[in-house]
Design a protein around this ligand. Sequence first.
Ligand code: ZN
Length: 700
Amino acid sequence: MKDFKRYLVTAALPYANGPLHIGHMAGVYVPADIYVRYKRAKKTDIKFICGSDEHGVPITIRALKEGVSPQQIVDKYHAIIKESFEQMGISFDIYSRTSNKIHHETASEFFKKMYDDGLFEEKETEQYYDEKAKTFLADRYIIGTCPVCGNENAYGDQCERCGSSLSPDQLINPRSTLSDAVPVKKKTKHWYFPLQNYESWLKEWILEGHKEWKNNVYGQCKSWLDNGLQSRAMTRDSNWGVKVPLPDAEGKVLYVWFDAPIGYISATKELTSDWKDYWCKEDTRLIHFIGKDNIVFHCIIFPAMLKAHRGFVLADNVPANEFLNIEGEKVSTSRNWAVWVNEYVKDFPSCEDVLRYVLAANMPETKDNDFTWKDFQDRNNSELVAIFGNFVNRTFVLMHKLCGGKVPKLHEEILVDLDKTLIENIQQSTLNVQRSIEEFKFRDALFEVIDLARKGNKYLQEKEPWKKVQGPNEENQKLIDNCLHLCLQLTANLAILINPFLPTTAKKMLHLMKVVDKILDWDNAGKLKLLSVGYSLRPPELLFRKIEDEEIKAQVEKLRANADKALNGKVQAASGKGQVVSPKDQETSTRKPEIQYDDFARLDLRVATILSAEKVAKADKLLKLVVDLGFEKRTIVSGIALHFNPDELVGKQVVIVANLAPRKLKGIESNGMILSAEDENGKLHLINPEEIINPGAGVS
Ligand SMILES: [Zn+2]
């Protein structure tokens, strides 16, 4: 490897549209922080850069929906995200944000230079525009009827009911999700970056020059390059973002993936006046920590931008991780299937190192991994408590009991093989941890540290210093001294080795040993004379606490309840709406307990055709329906009047619960219940077969 003078480490800019979840931590921030803390302990000149990504369409959409400004959205989440990082001990040198002035200037200058050098293509295209909301619409923000299945809420890029991939042109009755206005086509001009011009250079740079990159990263790059690159628009029609610095570009901003990576540069500028040393000198090693979904932006587009602009160093490595699933399912923020960092730190105060430990030990380095609360508990109780914490605690207890609370002397003349092996283990582990971290294999590195603590426990078990107290004499005391002297030096070494992973724990160990931070210098790792003979140490304190079954049970329930809350309101029986189930119950009800097939089989679900529909007098929400079940006709009163015009319902098919006990609503006997689903806007949709079928057909 090249001899680098300084390091610049960036961690993917989190999007200021929601809080952080543990998948973000495991994928990007915990590994980046381990690496940086290790390098700092090695006295490397290093800067650790991050900040909030605050531009892009989803933020403007969210602001519109919530009736606030985009700035209010990003202010809120920037603060939450920043605090979560601090609470988790992620030690950025700067945590900036792309709405800062310095970033707007930097990104703007970057674009302008590329423009002046003639590096963009100017193209005019037609795009959909919402005249009411006065904004161009991304395909996702146009909905209409699917030409394939008739779903009235198909998106401009896809119908979620039948899975057809669509374009907005294909939708019947297209409308804007922002204003319900009918989108119109409007001409718009944008600046495209011809990535194909950099294809052969990228091939040489990555495929020939960086064969050492992780397989998942190298493979994804190769596949992009093999498929051929195309021009990409680097500007968008929007008022939220970095304004395109050209005279004829009113209402246009830089594409968020053009400006966001430049955010690394502007944050470095904000941090230090020496920023050019880090960004422009060839002996800087630039490393991007990211998740796998950002590989193309960091390995292809951003390097091509830097290359085209000229004058910047390029990434030497991009150790992207795969995804972390939760309890066997993919993280989904819309389904609220996630473990949120800001909630974790509230539920487990002073346990940030436990989460760091579990995420590092189970890091999705080579494939997607799964986080389960049970594994979280097991790793805490059987590794942190029972191995690492236990070794340190036993050492301190015994040292106080058998050596008067002071570091005992080492009598080298009577060292035996067991002692010598322990010394070798300390030295070997140091080398192994170091090599693994350098290779971005953080799981292996952490395993090695815990394994060294395990060897410490084994050593104590074999030496049994407590047995030598019976009939103490000078020789026995020397054996006790040697054992505890070595265990204490091992403790100091463990503090150094664990520090990049669990910095708070390392600090606690320094406190116990009454030594200063300086001892954590990586140069000290593998050495024996870290604690001076005769030095008195503090009484033992536990480093970790056991995590109880009830705490884990509560977390699993919370995870499911949150997901149900998100799901609830989406699917529910329409009949009871506003009548039987109070709105409050809907909000707080959780996922129902598991049932057996027989429970389900007791429901008689059937397809029915609506024969007539009329409003019920003095009841805004109720409709009286007569439905045909094939074998009989019956009356059902349903609370769907606010969602459907009675005339439109006639002839439609629905699914009903046919064996529900009769009930009187406004004096009318209702014999059954109509099923419907509620979307995120509170609108109801009937559940029905894809095509008209014979009424009375059973549903199972
Ligand atoms: Zn469809």
